[in-house]
Design a protein around this ligand. Sequence first.
Ligand SMILES: [Zn+2]
Length: 68
Amino acid sequence: MSIDAAPACPQCGAALRAGSMALCRRAEDDRRVCRMVWACSDRHVWWKWADRPASPLEPCPYPDLGPS
Ligand SMILES: [Zn+2]
């Protein structure tokens, strides 16, 4: 699977669309890292660390960052 392929929504399986990037402080390694926000057409919003393409999607608490 290409890291550029749009992932599927873990909740409903629909294709996700890319939203905004969010700069977050990662407690694990004390770095400021971008998170890529993704959302499906049902407005389930997820994000993942931009520097870790293989990391799992996590629920995003900021739905406003999703694609409009
Ligand atoms: Zn969904």
